[in-house]
Design a protein around this ligand. Structure first.
Ligand code: TYD
Ligand code: MG
Length: 588
């Protein structure tokens, strides 16, 4: 009613719209009054309620309210026409439905009006075609916002399809024997040359697997970009296979000049290393398409985004969709893709941890803030062991592989340790590598502090101290005990128990342990020494490093080490802690 009143009271406004129409279709120009009274059967007017133009049949000026409303609705809602047939009997239901529909959240959609006669397109509905002047030929077409929505899958499919030869996507299940026929598994992986390359290669499980998606995680500033730039250069050089090929290093964090500057400092001057600064995954994959690289590095996954995906770069949806796009890309093209991801101390949910199940391998780079050593650890690896550990040192010109990691875990003052009580050497395994590490203990009599441990699990340290008191008879009750593992390392296996106990004894008895003695073994609650795995490997490592004595559980000396030649190292087999004290802490 309100709409109609507005219409009739604003006759001059109606005139503006209807004049042209009436000129065309009735052939004469009328006054405003006449127009309403006598105009042709169809008239276009503005409905301020629905904020749109509506076409109405205006046979006389006394429209009923219902007719007007129906007409307006009919134009704005095509479904209404059908519902209208039944609105007498189901009026209340119709209203209820309308009410429900109105309360629904409107989906964002864009309407265009197309003339069915001449194809003229308009963004607005008019009662006639403004091109061919036909009436009632403008039909509405709705283009939903979702039409342009992209998912990571769609993007990679689109790009990969345009790249690969037609029909290559029609894959069928294959026999295992057919898949492996003619493939030399040992040559399948891409080798990385040099000491640095070997170190990375080992962590990857023996080389880079074609088509793999590898995530390199780590705290900001730990050296991920440095590591990846060096890996990129090695892959591009392809020294092991004697053929250079392009490698694409994409950074969303730094400009190409900044990366170039870093590469210059690290003395990287590989011809085939291509730098690109972009944050749009679709754009990156298109550029990769043109380059056909041997590998792609994305620095970092938190900075890239996919157009059309909800959320800003770094958000969980963006990260997941971008990774999905890159995963599909890697699998379809066989190009390995490295993703760099920042991990915050709080284990940010939108960080790489959310991606661990999507990618093929997750490597974490770790390092102490004030130490130049960096550890690269495989956390997940679909193509190899997760026990491997790579050790590097950050130098002014990039990362350098540490070929003898044992050296870094021994304190520099080791040569003086002959005069220092409280130091003992443990031999631990991390993956397939053996580490010789130094354990320090300090027993301070009469201190108000009770205990402080670094690098040893507190429960384990308590147990060892209690066993020393009860089973070895050491009066440690009135002592404050401090324990420390050199280089910020954490003891994760029980093979270090004996060295912890020996260090405590050494400090308590103020008896320095000669610096050529190593300790291997687990301690039981009865004070007995127990075997640990890979005894031969541990003993052979300390033998190679020039140690003269190695204290081990008697069972190991009598079984697994019996008959083996370790050079001139003396194997001292002991039953329990008392025997260890009587063997090691005796004045000579
Ligand atoms: P970067 O690779 O940028 O860390 P991330 O990508 O994990 O944030 O390296 C950051 C640190 O490494 C920086 O503090 C400086 C140091 N660095 C060196 O010591 N030597 C070098 O040659 C380079 C390139 C970096
Ligand atoms: Mg970086």
């Amino acid at each position: 009613m309100r709409a109609f009143q507005t219409l009739t009271s604003r006759t001059h406004f109606i005139d503006l719209i209807t004049t042209k129409y009436s000129q065309i279709h009735t052939g004469f120009r009328s006054t405003n009054h006449l127009l309403i009274q006598e105009s042709s059967t169809v008239s276009t007017v503005y409905d301020p309620v629905s904020d749109r133009l509506v076409t109405k049949r205006v046979s006389n000026s006394k429209h009923s309210e219902a007719e007007s409303d129906k007409s307006a609705h009919k134009q704005s809602n095509p479904d209404y026409a059908d519902a209208l047939k039944d609105d007498r009997s189901y009026g209340s239901i119709l209203k209820a439905n309308q009410g429900f529909g109105a309360s629904k959240k409107k989906s964002k959609s864009k309407s265009t009006w197309v003339c069915t006669e001449c194809g003229y397109t308009d963004g607005q509905w008019w009662g006639y075609c403004r091109e061919c002047s036909n009436v009632n030929t403008m039909k509405e077409f709705t283009e939903s916002d979702n039409g342009g929505k992209t998912s990571g899958f769609q993007v990679s499919e689109r790009i990969v399809k345009s790249w690969l030869p037609k029909g290559s996507g029609d894959a069928f299940p294959m026999r295992l024997t057919d898949v492996n026929r003619g493939v030399n598994q040992s040559e399948w992986r891409f080798p990385l040359s040099g000491p640095f390359g070997n170190e990375v290669s080992r962590v990857l499980g023996g080389g880079l697997v074609p088509g793999s998606l590898v995530l390199i995680g780590g705290d900001p500033g730990v050296g991920k970009s440095t590591l990846m730039l060096q890996i990129a250069a090695i892959i591009a050089d392809g020294k092991e296979i004697g053929k250079p090929a392009p490698v694409l290093y994409v950074s969303g964090e730094e400009s190409v000049e900044q990366i170039g500057n870093r590469a210059d400092r690290m003395e990287i001057s590989t011809e085939e290393l291509f730098l690109y600064s972009s944050t749009d995954v679709e754009d990156i994959l298109q550029k990769a398409h043109l380059l056909s690289p041997r590998a792609i590095i994305i620095d970092s996954i938190q900075t890239v985004h996919l157009m059309g995906v909800t959320g800003s770069a770094g958000g969980i949806y963006q990260i997941k969709e971008c990774t999905a796009a890159l995963l599909r890309f890697a699998k379809k093209t066989n190009i390995p893709v490295f993703l760099i991801g920042h991990v915050t101390k709080s284990g940010d949910i939108a960080g790489p941890r959310a991606l661990e199940h999507i990618v093929d391998a997750v490597l974490y780079m770790e390092g102490e803030q004030y130490s130049s050593h960096r550890l690269l650890r495989a956390f997940k690896n679909r193509f190899g062991s997760t026990d491997e550990l790579g050790v590097f040192e950050m130098s002014p010109c990039g990362l350098k592989a540490v070929t003898n990691p044992s050296e870094i875990f021994l304190s520099e003052e080791r040569s003086d340790s002959e005069f220092l009580a409280g130091l003992a050497i443990a031999v631990i395994m991390d993956g397939s590598r053996t580490f010789v590490i130094e354990i320090q203990a300090l027993c301070a009599a009469g201190s108000s502090l009770s205990r402080q441990v670094n690098g040893v699990q507190a429960g384990r340290a308590d147990m060892i101290i209690s066993v020393l008191m009860k089973q070895a008879g050491l009066k440690l009750q009135s002592n404050a005990i401090f324990l420390n593992v050199v280089s910020g390392l954490t003891l994760t296996e029980t093979a270090g128990d004996l060295a912890v106990a020996a260090a405590i004894c050494s400090s308590f008895l103020e008896f320095p342990i000669p610096n050529n003695v190593a300790f291997i073994g687990e301690i039981g609650l009865g004070g007995e020494l127990r075997m640990v795995p890979k005894m031969e490997k541990r003993v052979s490592t300390v033998a190679k490093l020039g140690y003269k004595k190695c204290v081990v559980p008697i069972s190991a000396a009598e079984k697994s080490l019996r008959g083996l030649d370790f050079g001139d190292i003396e194997i001292l087999g002991c039953n329990n802690l008392k025997e260890v004290i009587n063997t090691v802490f005796v004045p000579r």
